[in-house]
Design a protein around this ligand. Structure first.
Ligand code: ADP
Length: 681
């Protein structure tokens, strides 16, 4: 139904006659006297009524056929007189449900929706009301659920011939779909607007400057305030063309930027880091990127771009680069071989020293390729120790031989440490390898010399000792006791010499792995008593007491175990010059025996307690300047005990004395303990 149709319906509705005034005549007309006249008038009235009825039927049909809802309401209660099918359809009611009922009884759900108030106003004022997109909630399915329906409508007063309002005609269009679609579009638009706003705020906060640039005219369509600030322009400075911007670019970057702009003119996207010089002379790094927009025909329209300040990032990149360069320089300058490896153990860097030493290329030795230059006797253990470090994250240390380019092998000491992150995960291994071949050879030569010297010294000293004893006996026979006593002093010094030479010999034998042990069953308590008696005989200053007993036998070399106990006893006496006693503790459990030699002397500081078992280690103590020794006794003792499957340790309170403990297994060492191989020095 278009506008003209609506108007036509409105005009016809206003001339329709109400039923209660159907005859159109007042009842008692004083001017009607004549009967015939009365008849005529009556006929005319009847005819007029019939015509009016016909007219009414026509309008009714017209309304009923109207494609949009039409409703006629009559009287102050807005009684539904007519509701066409579209109206009934939208209400979800039948004609019987509504016709003849006041509107609020026919559609109770609209009671509080302001409809009645509008109708009342039209009815009482006689003024039409136009409404657009009025939302009405209707119970269309009759199950109490309300459905939103939007109407654009007119409430038109219906008048009788005298102009009195007798009803309201409602003409409506249902615009629900359009309204909902518009609401959706509005919501989308507002979301978009909100997003743009957020983006704008974010860009402003991040200091990102943005621009739009026309590749045809080379003009900036926008060059925002942030961007001006980044280039050191003030907000009022006009920035119109590329050249305006280039004026601020660092001379070293201008050409590259010009070329990039030339490329972007040919519709390419654009991305570049360059420097600008600010009015105060300082330099700022910018990251500039742009994306070309195209029209439907694929022609470039304009380029949208964004610029950010990356000075700080560039500075730290430069610093990191510089630090890496320094490190590289260092790694390449040091005489040592250095390498780095991944957390899983693949070597990913060797400094050039490796390549010149091995004569192999980096590609040949990277990852696990290095195993090819390790001495065949060392490689299996080397790989095992390295894998273990990689698995546990423990520092790596190994001595092994590397094959030089000329085919000779040289000893190296290798160490690697893991660099870990905050979570304790290894991120990289750093290793250094030192050529220790010369030192190793020097030590070997020294050891060889010591061994030869000790052997060479032993026989003349033994001969000397024999001759002194012979001489002493002769002198005694001749009654020259004073001279004989002098010779005894000489003899004591010779004993010391013999002991030292013995230690040297033991040491070199241990070095060579050749300290032969004669295993036998030993009665521990008997051995202890015997050794104590011997040492006591030559040590009048101290009383040696044995506490408790082991009541055990062990399997071992009687002489060597005796040597160990002797060594502990002589040390106990030597290092407790102010004391007068030594206590030997003997105990056992089902697995091992323990012998403890306790003195009341100077004791051993905590940080020395491990070191004193090392070769040639002595505690330097000026108070004991006269005490002789060369730091071999404990080393040899510990090695002997170790080769019996046992261990040694010391407990001490410095100043109050020390107790040296020997632990030895009771079971047969022959069957359960193969003596371990000698340690590499
Ligand atoms: P040395 O020949 O010097 O005695 P050892 O190997 O027997 O060599 O002992 C190594 C070092 O251990 C000694 O120099 C001394 O400093 C320390 N030491 C050994 N026994 C004792 C002890 N009973 N009390 C204090 N210090 C001791």
């Amino acid at each position: 139904m278009d506008g003209t149709q609506v108007m036509a319906i409105k005009q016809q509705a206003s001339i329709e006659k109400p039923t209660s005034y159907a005859d159109g005549l007042p009842a008692n007309d004083p001017h009607v006297a004549h009967e015939a006249e009365r008849e005529r008038l009556l006929r005319e009235a009847q005819q007029a009524r019939a015509e009016a009825e016909l007219e009414r039927q026509r309008f009714r049909r017209l309304f009923l056929q109207a494609p949009a809802p039409v409703v006629l309401l009559r009287g102050p209660q807005h009684v539904v007189e007519l509701a066409n099918p579209p109206a009934l359809e939208i209400w979800g009611r039948s004609e019987d449900d509504v016709v003849g009922k006041p509107l609020l009884d026919a559609l109770p759900e609209v009671r509080d929706q302001g409809i009645k108030e509008l109708l009342d106003r039209v009815f009482t004022t006689g003024q039409a009301h136009f409404g657009t997109e009025l939302k009405v909630q209707l119970d269309r399915r009759g199950d109490g659920t309300l459905e939103d329906v939007y109407f654009t409508f007119v409430y038109e007063p219906m008048r009788d011939e005298l102009g009195t309002v007798e009803g309201v005609m409602v003409l409506a269009f249902i615009v629900t779909d359009q309204v909902l679609a518009r609401h959706k579009a509005e919501a989308a638009e507002s979301a978009l607007h909100q997003q743009q706003e957020q983006l704008r705020i974010a860009l402003a906060a991040s200091g990102t400057g943005t621009f739009r640039w026309d590749p045809l005219t080379d003009a900036y369509l926008t060059f925002d305030a942030n961007l001006k600030r980044l280039f050191g322009f003030s907000p009022e400075d006009p920035v119109q063309f590329t050249e305006d911007k280039l004026a601020r670019v660092h001379p070293d970057d201008v050409e590259a930027l010009r070329a990039a702009i030339q490329r972007r003119r040919q519709r390419a996207d654009f991305e570049m880091d360059y420097r600008v010089i600010l009015p105060d002379g300082s330099v700022r790094w910018l990251h500039d990127r742009g994306k070309m927009e195209h029209d439907a025909a694929g022609r470039p329209t304009y380029l949208v771009g964004a610029c950010t300040d990356i000075t700080q990032r560039k500075q730290s990149e430069l610093a990191a680069h510089e630090a890496a360069e320094h490190l590289r320089f260092l790694a390449e300058m040091v005489p040592q071989k250095v390498f780095t490896a991944t957390p899983t153990g693949e070597v990913d860097y060797f400094n050039p020293q490796w390549m010149s030493y091995t004569g192999l290329s980096f590609e040949q030795i990277r990852d696990w390729g290095w195993t090819q230059f390790i001495h065949p006797e060392d490689v299996a253990e080397n790989v095992r120790v390295w894998r273990q470090s990689v698995a546990t994250g423990e520092p790596f240390q190994f001595e092994h031989r590397f094959r030089r380019a000329d085919g000779t092998y040289r000893w190296h000491l290798s160490r690697a440490l893991p660099m870990k992150d905050e979570q304790g995960q290894v991120v990289k291994w750093f290793g250094a390898n030192t050529d220790i071949d010369d030192q190793k050879r020097a030590v070997q030569q020294k050891d060889e010399f010591v061994s030869v010297a000790a052997h060479e010294l032993r026989s003349p000293v033994t001969t000397l000792k024999g001759q002194i004893q012979l001489l002493r006996r002769r002198l005694r026979k001749r009654g020259e006791t004073a001279v004989a006593a002098e010779l005894t002093k000489l003899d004591i010094q010779l004993d010391r010499l013999t002991q030292r030479i013995g230690e040297l010999l033991d040491m070199s034998r241990l070095q060579e792995g050749q300290l032969p042990l004669q295993f036998d069953s030993i009665d521990v308590d008997a051995l202890l008593a015997e050794v104590v008696e011997t040492v006591q005989a030559t040590s009048p200053t101290h009383q040696i007491a044995i506490e408790r007993a082991t009541r055990q036998r062990i399997w071992g070399d009687r002489e060597r175990i005796g040597q160990v106990i002797t060594n502990l006893l002589t040390n106990a006496i030597k290092y407790s010059p102010e004391a007068n006693r030594v206590v030997v503790h003997a105990t056992a459990n089902e697995r091992e025996i323990a012998l403890g030699v306790q003195d009341f002397g100077i004791g051993v500081a905590l940080d020395e307690q491990r070191k004193i078992f090392e070769r040639f280690y002595r505690v330097t103590d000026s108070a004991l300047g006269t005490v002789t020794g060369w730091g071999l006794g404990l080393y040899i003792s510990a090695e002997i005990v170790r080769r019996h499957g046992g261990r040694m340790n010391v407990e001490s309170t410095p100043g109050a004395g020390a107790t040296f403990w020997i632990h030895l297994p009771i079971e047969s060492v022959e069957t359960s303990h193969t003596p371990p191989p000698p340690t590499a020095a």
